[in-house]
Design a protein around this ligand. Structure first.
Ligand SMILES: [Zn+2]
Length: 550
């Protein structure tokens, strides 16, 4: 997702959410958007049949979404989300027009046909309007109406967090993904649209417009569904991967074809590295694509949006300041990692966005490790620590579409790197990363499920480690003192029961693993220099000598 901005993180963070867990700050609209309310819970999205005509002449869209759903419980009222200023024209089921009431960005539709549990039904929403224009895509998104360097129109959508309902009607709730989706986008004849999945048909409509019909055959996050329309060139490749032959399709703007052929070669070693560590690429049926976009980038499923100007690093910079981040293209690596972490394994609630971003951040270190070795990978993840703010918790309030601190990127990556140190067995660690992808493949999950899986497979109760890093802004402090021949140590600044082991090099005794708790423990030491001990920097903690002489 979102490569967050270390530089401008504070300016971009929604200040109204700075209170973290203070649910009194959330509105009725936030609850409608972020919770599984009664008009949502009774139905399960099965298929979205989305048809949208995009008119750059007046920045408007017009279209329909056919929503096919399974009835889980009988009900007569259904919530469909579509954000202002878009307007619904009509809602139809079985050729009958339905009544509805609008409550902000939510529509409550009164169904006429009886909805029996177990049935599959379809309802179609017709709509039009001028969708919200993106203010600072991809972070503050919507439609981007741009022009390329040759003056040709270039249009893209980006709407993570804000929600897919900013441009098309759907159940805008992360825990319910359709099993498959058609995305038929109509644009002026001069343009090519590249959306998700595979292109099934291109139809000249004879009225100056062409329809590009894309089909996603696997479950998709609604916010990943995207329009990318412009003067695109195309080239392709294949990868012989863990699950067979994977198609790779590349869609740069036409003037950038040669730059893309050079820079996007990185996709192949990236995919090989991630398959090794995370398991098979999750979307062999829909393929892998990179699509140039007029914003920095977004993990649009099977059509990753790319706007990093064909440069290594993050817009040419290294977020780790180690030099290692300039060895590869941040957007290719980070956004593609989301195909595993975010698109295949998807958070059920925005509050658990760390499930996407902490692992995607950690994947940057894993790619560094694949390319340059384990020491380099560790140096990268330790390097990105400089971006940690500890301003508010990573996990936000549930049920209101709230997003936690941008620390979900560098601090979350460092939490995972620290857990790898605790487990201290790379085969087990890799097995956990692959096992998560196997167990939760193509599913939506809670953060708790991910935590419990890791603890179970590691054979270590990591619940307090997760609680410390995800729900507090405190960095564990290893307090120690040496008195005579005795080293005393404990954890401070931690959640109750925090008992994380820690690797320490004690002069005269070498490297050893200590098991501090909140209570002082002691260790007999041999060297008078023992107080100059060094905590392994791979653990994201601080250390403080609290000895009297200090
Ligand atoms: Zn991301």
């Amino acid at each position: 997702m979102r490569p967050t901005l270390l530089l401008a993180a504070l300016a971009l963070a929604p200040l109204s959410r700075a209170a973290g867990q203070d649910t009194t700050r959330y509105t009725h609209a936030d609850t409608l958007r972020g919770s599984n309310g009664p008009q949502r819970a009774w139905w399960d999205a099965a298929f979205y049949d989305l048809h949208v005509a995009v008119n750059p002449a007046d920045s408007s869209i017009r279209g329909r979404n056919g929503i096919t759903y399974r009835v889980l419980q009988p009900a007569q009222e259904m919530q469909i989300d579509l954000q202002v200023p878009l307007e619904v024209d009509s809602i139809v089921q079985e050729r009958r027009t339905l009544a509805y009431r609008r409550d902000g960005n939510a529509f409550f539709v009164t169904l006429r046909a009886r909805q029996r549990a177990g049935e599959t039904r379809t309802l179609t929403v017709y709509y039009h309007g001028k969708p919200r224009v993106a203010r600072r895509p991809p972070w503050d998104g919507g439609f981007t109406w741009a022009h390329d360097s040759l003056g040709a129109r270039w249009i893209a959508t980006s709407n993570e967090g804000l929600g897919a309902s900013v441009w098309w009607p759907n159940k805008d709730y992360l825990a319910d993904e359709p099993d498959s989706q058609r995305i038929a986008i109509t644009v002026p004849d001069s343009m090519t649209d590249v959306s998700n999945g595979r292109l099934r048909a291109t139809t000249r409509n004879g009225d100056g417009t062409t329809t590009f019909e894309w089909f996603v055959a696997e479950p998709i996050n609604n916010y990943d569904v995207a329009v990318n329309a412009g003067q695109y060139a195309h080239f392709s490749d294949t990868l012989s991967g863990e699950a067979g032959r994977l198609t790779l399709d590349f869609w740069p703007l036409a003037p950038h074809l040669e730059a893309a052929r050079r820079q996007w070669r990185q996709a192949t070693p990236m995919l090989q590295c991630f398959e090794h560590w995370f398991g098979p690429y999750p979307w062999y049926v829909d393929g892998y694509k990179l699509v140039e976009a007029p914003h920095l980038g977004m993990e649009h499923q099977s059509a990753v949006a790319y706007g990093n100007h064909f440069l290594n690093g993050y817009l040419g910079r290294d977020l780790s300041r180690t030099g290692l981040g300039l060895q590869w293209d941040f957007i290719v690596v980070h956004e593609s990692a989301h195909e595993w972490w975010g698109n295949s394994i998807t958070m059920q609630d925005q509050a658990d966005m760390w499930v996407h971003e902490s692992f995607a951040n950690y994947a940057e270190a894993i790619y560094t490790e694949c390319q340059l070795g384990k020491t380099a990978g560790a140096a990268y993840v330790v390097g990105v620590r400089r971006g940690i703010q500890n301003d508010r918790p990573i996990v936000a309030a549930f049920g209101v579409n709230a997003e936690g601190s941008g620390d979900m990127y560098p601090k979350g990556g460092n939490m995972l790197h620290t857990i790898r140190q605790i487990i201290d067995d790379d085969a087990t660690w890799r097995g956990i990363l692959r096992g998560l992808n196997q167990t939760f493949r193509h599913q939506t999950v809670t953060g708790r499920q991910v935590q419990e899986y890791i603890s179970r497979e590691a054979g270590i109760d990591l619940s307090r480690v997760f609680a410390q890093y995800l729900t507090t802004t405190r960095v564990p402090t290893f307090e120690y003192k040496v008195e005579g021949t005795q080293l005393s140590y404990r954890w401070a600044n931690v959640v109750p029961g925090f008992d994380m082991p820690l690797r320490v090099n004690v002069p005269g005794m070498g490297t050893r693993v200590l098991r501090p708790t909140e209570t002082w423990q002691t260790l007999a030491v041999t060297s008078p220099q023992a107080a100059e001990l060094v905590v392994d920097e791979n653990f994201y903690v601080t250390a403080r000598n609290v000895g009297a002489a200090h």
